[in-house]
Design a protein around this ligand. Sequence first.
Ligand SMILES: [Zn+2]
Length: 105
Amino acid sequence: MINSHLGREGDRKKAMELGAKDFIIRGIVPPKEVVQRVLQVVGAGEYQLYICKDKGEVKKFANDLGLKEDLTCPECQGDLFLKIVQKKNGQLTANVFCSSCGKIY
Ligand SMILES: [Zn+2]
């Protein structure tokens, strides 16, 4: 999270490219909004989970999503993981992604 006096779009874009989760312009964003935005970033959990291939309904999961049954990446053969994000309200969202090339399925 970046707190900067620089307010140009290029500055914000560069910060986000470097991995910042938010870019706050000092003196422009009101303190109350700063607090809300900090809580949004630190309050959200993100988990990258390995999918155990021989337990549960992994084959059905792979078939339903059009993935290979061994849950490897068709592009690079890397293992596919589940990325789960918990929002502040507790809601979970999930994506399947390749741990090697980063492609999202
Ligand atoms: Zn891959």
